[in-house]
Design a protein around this ligand. Structure first.
Ligand code: NCD
Ligand code: ZN
Length: 351
């Protein structure tokens, strides 16, 4: 029986690191588990241009560095181990010039349909998408990726993803060289759509959409900690997501959509977002191991996304041993972390 597993350091192509004191909780986990982390721009105010993005990436780096120093870990952090990739929010005002500055180039532009999710008020309405064609043309010529929160906020909640797919299809037709990522794909229809599209279209899949269904959210008492946008779906949808992740198909790669909200905010306001950065990697390792598809783990968690984003493969490895971690090892005070209270069968060997 395997008692050690070595994996390539994973990448996370969709993480909400947030700002101010929340960043203290997220950035160290980002660097602990991941090499490349694509940081989402829905801050208050949002990341709008390459200047904001550069400051943000630098700040994340500082927080990680300070955390390592404070934990008396020799701050071994540089671009060979951890790198923040940045994105800007697509607003009605976004122009091509805003995507690069003298010292920084953003990786992606994030399209949030206005009102679709947390802090998306500065996003664009579906009818405004057509006005951004000049920008999309520039992006396809210069290799910027368009990441899409593919939900129509005016559709019924369980149909929001399906209803957005025709809009993505129009973009694929109009911009055949533009790389597009359907973020946190959550439905069987979404998976089938991505498979049907040309190689320019990929999708991130989260840990929570691979692990949870509507029954976890609503099946017994309402669980606000299983609530996110897009909402977790049916078992049939989850099976299609698992198939896509387990097949090692190059179009599908990991993006945690880890999105912390304080526990009382989740309980009282029902804010959408699941905080998974501390547990996502051990949870995914357990899932792939239990499902007998460990040989696909590195593709889904590390190399497929790197290939899609034209990044070199990570060279660092993480080694796990079969040793049950006590529940709560990854607890974060003030926040509920995805499945942090379940025992995790694999623990990271620190070198
Ligand atoms: C995210 C957040 O809280 O920023 N929430 C979520 O439910 N996933 C935003 C998003 O990605 O939709
Ligand atoms: Zn997100």
């Amino acid at each position: 029986m395997t008692d050690r597993i070595q994996i390539l350091k994973p990448n996370d192509f969709h993480m909400h690191l947030r700002q101010e004191e929340v960043l203290i909780h997220t950035a160290p986990w980002a660097a602990h588990w991941f090499h490349y982390v694509l940081a989402m721009p829905n801050l208050i105010p949002p990341i709008r241009d390459a200047h904001d993005a550069s400051d943000y990436a630098f700040h994340i780096f500082e927080v990680v560095h300070d955390h390592m120093k404070a934990s008396r870990v020799e701050p071994r952090i540089d671009r060979t181990r951890f790198e923040t990739l940045t994105s800007v929010m697509l607003t009605p005002e976004t122009t091509a010039k805003m995507l690069s500055s003298t010292n920084h180039r953003v990786t992606a532009v994030k399209l949030y349909p206005r009102g679709a999710t947390t802090n998306s008020d500065h996003g664009i309405s579906i009818s405004e998408i057509a006005r951004k064609h000049e920008l999309f043309d520039f992006m396809q010529e210069h290799g910027f990726v368009l990441c899409i929160h593919a939900e129509d906020p005016d559709a019924p909640v369980l149909q929001r993803e399906q209803r957005f797919l025709p809009i993505v299809y129009e973009l694929v037709r109009a911009f055949p060289r533009l790389k597009i990522v359907i973020e946190h794909v959550s439905t069987a229809e979404g998976v089938a759509f991505v498979l049907d599209m040309p190689v320019t279209v990929g999708a991130t899949i989260t840990a929570h959409h691979l692990l949870l269904t509507l029954d976890d959210l609503l099946g017994s008492t309402l669980d606000p900690h299983s609530f996110c946008k897009p909402v977790v779906k049916t078992e049939a949808d989850r099976q299609k997501l698992l198939e896509a992740a387990f097949a090692g198909h190059p179009k599908f790669f990991f993006g945690s959509d880890s999105a912390p909200h304080r526990t009382e905010q989740k309980q009282q306001k029902g804010s959408a977002g699941i905080f998974s950065a501390p547990t996502a990697v051990p949870l995914m390792l357990d899932l792939f191991h239990r499902s007998g598809v460990l040989e696909m783990f590195d593709r889904f968690m590390s190399t497929n996304g790197a290939d899609f984003y034209d990044l070199p493969h990570n060279e660092e490895y993480l080694t796990f041993e079969r040793k049950e971690l006590p529940p709560g090892t990854y607890r974060v005070p003030g926040y509920e972390v995805l499945q942090a209270d379940l025992p995790l069968p694999w623990s990271l060997l620190t070198t």
